[in-house]
Design a protein around this ligand. Structure first.
Ligand SMILES: [Zn+2]
Length: 221
């Protein structure tokens, strides 16, 4: 494992990142994009602990378990500037007007240092598959072709697979990477409020199964 600072947050804090594997397709796992969605952060940290003991996937995996480090520390959805990091990416449909005041997109697309770290990373190292771990209503939101990974998770969790979540999300990672850059993105919405031991018991094996699928079907770009 190699650890590094992925970038810095609005408050100037390091965003810790970890790399595993030296061969195979590139896969990214993000947790904590929304700081209050502790179920996704928990799942990412559980996987990180497992992989730091044993990692034998033929995948070049990058893990960023606490992407919105400001939000996680503040126990809030938004970053230190009060911006929703899943609405700030420079997608074609980015709009300065918040669709919902709870999800402020920031003053400009890519205005946040966290977003810039992510967009720079994705342009330098295009990923063959991205998992973004959130919590809300339980569902698997697929953007781009990642139905096989979603099916693997569905088999172990019963979670529903959806291509649309029912309202517009301009500036989100699913659109930026999954739809506009051919980097399939699975937004894994864990059940909000689920006991954290259950998050690990049920969803860690589901993520491992999905990674096995990625290992079998993905080819490096
Ligand atoms: Zn979220």
């Amino acid at each position: 494992m190699q650890s590094f600072s992925f970038g810095k947050s609005a408050l100037g804090l390091a965003i810790p990142a970890y790399r595993f594997g030296t061969q195979g397709p590139r896969v990214l796992i993000l947790g904590g994009v929304h700081g209050n969605e502790i179920e996704g952060t928990t799942l990412a940290l559980a996987l990180l602990e497992q992989f730091s003991q044993v990692y034998n996937f033929k995948l070049r995996l990058t893990m960023i378990p606490v992407f919105n480090v400001d939000g996680v520390i503040k126990k809030e959805r938004l970053n230190g500037n009060g911006v929703d990091l899943n609405r700030n990416l420079p997608t074609k449909d980015w709009n300065p007007k918040a669709f919902d005041p709870k999800y402020p997109p920031g003053p400009m697309a890519n205005s946040e240092s966290e977003s810039r770290a992510l967009t720079t990373f994705l342009s330098k190292e295009p990923q063959t598959m991205i998992f973004s771990l959130h919590s809300w209503m339980p569902l698997l939101n697929v953007n781009g072709d990642c139905m096989a990974e979603a099916q693997a998770i569905k088999e172990l969790t019963g979670y529903e697979i959806k291509e649309e979540i029912g309202y517009p999300t301009p500036g989100c990672l699913g659109t930026y990477a999954g739809l506009e850059r051919n980097m399939p993105t699975l937004t894994y919405e864990l059940e909000r409020g689920l006991d954290l031991k259950e998050v690990i018991r049920v969803h860690q094996p589901a993520m491992l199964k999905a990674l096995h699928v990625s290992e079998q079907i993905r080819r490096d770009k």
